[in-house]
Design a protein around this ligand. Structure first.
Ligand SMILES: Nc1ncnc2c1ncn2[C@@H]1O[C@H](COP(=O)(O)OP(=O)(O)OP(=O)(O)O)[C@@H](O)[C@H]1O
Ligand SMILES: [Mg+2]
Length: 237
């Protein structure tokens, strides 16, 4: 009876672990589907912005500048207002372009993570925030999923620094060795209490966590009030 019980128990344990594996597999597939749907939707919105709003703004700009040749301004004020409006329209054109490129980063697909992050950083105003980016061992392309997830995660962490940290320096390190990929994003801003992510209304940090978990990686936030924030990510290969 004892032996029969042992055999029964072993086969039950085996079944349990098979069931667990199946659940994990299904969860992974679901996360993957959500991430892919998100990327597809971003690509769609990016296209609409670029081809719809972007073209409209360009047309407005063209018409306005054509109008300028026909208008007689009554005074200086009128002319100044017109010039201001022109430069607002010009800025809007550029903004739409930047947003649409950030939403669907072609450069990521074409040239890989390091180049895409560099490109994103180059567009920031370095008078307010000095960014140092260093990369090691990233000459070869990574898995497309890994690149996309890490790009989004870095984008969110950098946007958080811009939005919340009031920092003037940001260090980003991307490196790869035999074990995996390390990403460190460190600012010298005001820091925050990160112990309970669920307390925050925002979804940025929660998204970072779930994306990294999807890649079976690990993310650590370390931050002290007044002494900056470090986001450290490891993705095993
Ligand atoms: N680098 C940082 N420096 C200081 N505070 C930060 C930093 N990153 C995040 N925080 C704090 O953590 C909170 C939660 O961040 P999270 O990205 O989840 O949300 P959010 O940026 O406020 O909104 P969302 O990302 O949804 O647009 C922020 O509101 C901010 O108070
Ligand atoms: Mg955020």
């Amino acid at each position: 009876v004892f032996i029969a019980y042992l055999i029964y128990n072993r086969s039950r344990l085996k079944q349990d672990s098979r069931l667990q594996q199946e659940v994990i597999l299904q969860q992974d597939l679901a996360t993957k589907a959500v991430l892919q749907a998100e990327e597809a939707e971003r690509k769609r919105i990016s296209g609409e912005l670029h081809d719809g709003l972007g073209q409209l703004f360009s047309a407005v700009k063209m018409n306005l500048s054509a109008l300028a040749d026909h208008i007689q301004f009554e005074d200086d004020h009128g002319e100044k207002m017109f010039e201001k409006t022109m430069s607002l329209v010009d800025e809007s054109c550029k903004e739409v372009r930047v947003i649409s490129h950030q939403m669907a980063p072609n450069i990521l697909l074409k040239s890989g993570l390091a180049t895409a992050v560099r490109d994103f950083i180059d567009k920031l105003d370095d008078r307010k925030l000095k960014v140092n980016l260093s990369t090691f061992g990233l000459n070869e392309r990574l898995d497309q999923n890994v690149e996309m997830v890490l790009y989004r995660v870095i984008q969110e962490a950098v946007n958080n620094v811009i939005k919340h940290a009031a920092a003037n320096t940001l260090d980003i390190q991307l490196s790869k060795d035999e074990e995996g990929i390390n990403v460190m994003i460190e600012d010298n801003g005001k820091g925050f209490d990160h112990n309970d992510l669920d307390e925050f209304e925002g979804i940025g940090l929660k998204n970072i966590r779930s994306r990294v978990e999807y890649l079976k990686g690990q993310v650590d936030f370390s931050s002290t009030q007044g002494a900056g924030t470090l986001v450290a990510i490891f993705i095993p290969l």
